[in-house]
Design a protein around this ligand. Sequence first.
Ligand code: FAD
Ligand code: UDP
Length: 372
Amino acid sequence: MVDKKYDYLIVGAGLFGSVFAHEMTKRNKKCLVIDKRSHLGGNVYCEEKEGINVHKYGAHIFHTNDKKIWDYVNQFATFNNYINSPLSLSKGKLYNLPFNMNTFYQLWGTKTPHEAKQIIDEQVAKYGVESPSNLEEQALSLAGKDIYETFIKEYTEKQWGKKATELPAFIIKRLPFRYTYNNNYFNDRYQGIPMGGYNVIINGLLKGIETKTDVDFFAHKEHLESLANKVVYTGKIDEFFDYKYGQLEYRSLRFEHELHNIENYQGNAVVNYNDAAYSFTRIIEHKHFEFGKQSNTIVTREYPENWNRGKEAYYPINNDSNQKIFKKYKEESLKSENIIFGGRLAEYRYYDMHQIIASSLAKVEEISKSEP
Ligand code: FAD
Ligand code: UDP
């Protein structure tokens, strides 16, 4: 094989692509990273406005239990001590999340774990099932009817655009449920926001690496492929194969950013809006991620939307029918020579940032072992 200009063409400058490029460059491989957006960073990109780092594609809170991944990101940024403690507005009342003793007190007035557990156990016994096969059954079996109806059903159905009975059970298992007065949304040992925003990490990862923005891989496929020995593709897997086995479903979002000439809009970084009457799911007030003291504030409403080919795909919808289609693309991808698939869209998985970094590092390791 004649050696081409680059060892790797990396399609997508999100976390997967950026970690891959960084690690391969360290191993003396020459990389070119492209992205169809006008900036690097993918969904973790932040835009500075009024001295506030605005999470352009939704709130991003870094959390992990894995010391190796925590040390990895800390090479590139210093993390603050932000702990995510969202509130939920339901039927005019504010509650603490995730589901914990504060929530139970606000919901039922219970003061001890024993009192709360009694109510939940009764409801779980009445409405739960032994082997939950969808999100509704899972929620009822974990938390009972009141919690399901107050915090989960309406939020979930607007977030996903599907009935909770048509969604996979694992989605709701992301949320902690505990009998302590602890409003930390995550159970992980390490958590925080990179000081200066996520761009600091992306810039660190991509330092000294050639990058090109506003370049769509499919618009210049032949030329781009001719430049590199291998391609790392982090876009939608069904698009890569021209949707030949059918279109996978995704959920899209619309973000409405708003500047307010007041110091503090909602007193918390994240407030979820449970009720179906609101068509957005949450309002983010960005300055609170970094304990900002600016005189203005920027808030973002997050509206879930149906996805079509003209929109950004934010969430894979991992139900049975999509998994069946994905399996065919996955099998095809394993046969594709010199193309590596990775990231949330190419792996069609509801991955968080730490999982994406782990997956990219594992891929680099796997390749480096087979071709030193
Ligand atoms: P992406 O960031 O999507 O990057 C893929 C890149 O590929 C994109 O920039 C895209 O433009 C580019 N691309 C695609 N197709 C092409 C093409 N044809 N040509 C050129 N470029 C292309 N994780 C957490 O850990 N904590 C959180 O709090 C959190 N909150 C989230 C909130 C929201 C609303 C969303 C949507 C996700 C959240 N995540 C969170 C998950 C996190 O965003 C992802 O795990 C991570 O950013 C995925 O990285 P990636 O590189 O796989 O994908
Ligand atoms: N969820 C809910 N009510 C809430 C928050 C979350 O029902 O107030 C459900 C909903 O189905 C959501 C899932 O839990 O999609 C995972 O929530 P998470 O906050 O992890 O979602 P993400 O930040 O990834 O959008």
